[in-house]
Design a protein around this ligand. Structure first.
Ligand code: HEM
Length: 295
């Protein structure tokens, strides 16, 4: 949180500036009643002004508030209490969702209004330039505080969501890592079962059923190859590599090829075999397309 002393020092606002502004108070007093009128002529032209200044009561209240604010510009007292009051104004604008753009634009009007008065009231160019510098500084300090409220409000939102976000992201990361580990364990178990199936198929060959044994063994070897591919992809993924969709298609392809090998022994299942061959052709096409895109 900035202190008024720090803000004043950043704008090189000295006790001389405070004295200059106090000196201008008597001149500005003459225009105190016309200020809210002229100010309102300008801000009424803003596109959404009616949205914020919706009824007579709000307008009256705001006109009195801006009049007091204008007087305080030339009070010569710019302490922490002054800063707190400005922060309150900033917070009031943020609360009604007033665009910071309107605050900037209306401050531009205030600057023009003050310069006009100085032009009219102070004949000596050097003196006018000197006072103008102090008016500029206090208006810039005001604008700084009024617009800082918007930045603080924005940072508050970002900070809150960042905190929630980081907890959520951390949790989701750990959870997905845990699921991936379960997947690896599942795949290893699957690999062991396929090895069991391979041994079982080899026994067919030893039993003398050579054709069935060879084809089934070939099918289980294909499945083993797929499991190896899956474990390999998953391990690479855990190490940070991109997940390969191709491997899923290869799983489906190998499963169907194995089915074809098994059903090829039964001559009566021709129709089923044709549909399996079509499925292999489609999956083969998809596999080829993915390989091309991945390249
Ligand atoms: C230099 C520019 C402006 C200054 C110095 C200023 C000053 C003030 C002050 C002193 C208050 C009272 C804060 C409080 O309740 O403590 C206020 C509130 C408010 N201002 Fe401004 N204002 C400015 C620009 C605007 C503009 C351009 C609009 C609308 C187009 C606006 C709309 C409002 C509204 C809606 C409130 C709240 C009124 C309420 O809740 O009663 N202000 N402003």
């Amino acid at each position: 949180m900035e202190t008024i002393e720090k803000i004043k020092s950043n704008y090189n606002f000295t006790s001389k500036d405070a004295r200059n502004l106090k000196h201008l108070a008597a001149i500005m007093e003459k225009y105190i009643d016309s200020f809210p009128v002229e100010f309102y002529k300008r801000i009424k032209g803003f596109e959404d002004a009616d949205k914020f200044l919706k009824d007579e009561e709000t307008i009256k209240k705001h006109q009195t508030a801006v009049k007091d604010w204008f007087s305080a510009l030339f009070s010569g007292e710019y302490d922490n209490r002054y800063l707190m009051e400005l922060e309150q104004v900033g917070a009031a604008h943020v609360k009604v969702n007033l665009s910071a753009h309107y605050v900037n634009a209306s401050m531009h009007f205030v600057r023009e209004f003050c310069w006009d008065i100085l032009e009219r009231e102070i004949e000596n160019d050097k003196e006018r330039y000197y006072f103008k510098g102090s008016v500029d500084k206090i208006l810039d300090i005001n604008l700084d505080v009024l617009t800082s409220s918007y930045i603080e409000e924005e940072m508050k939102h970002v900070f809150l969501s960042q905190k929630v976000e980081s907890i959520l992201v951390k949790f989701a990361n750990r959870f997905s890592y845990g699921l991936n580990l379960i997947l690896v364990i599942g795949l290893v178990a699957m690999g062991m079962m396929v090895v069991g199936l391979f041994i079982y198929d080899v026994t067919h060959i030893l039993d003398g059923n050579l054709e069935k044994g060879l084809l089934s063994t070939l099918g289980s070897l294909l499945m083993l190859w797929v499991v190896i591919e899956l474990v390999d992809t998953e391990v690479k993924h855990l190490k940070g590599a991109k997940f390969s969709i191709k491997v899923f298609v290869s799983v489906a392809l190998v499963s169907i090829i194995r089915k074809i090998l098994v059903t090829s022994l039964k001559t009566e299942e021709v129709q089923a075999q044709i549909s399996l061959v079509v499925a292999v052709a489609v999956l083969g096409g998809v596999y080829w397309l993915i390989s091309k895109v991945e390249k």
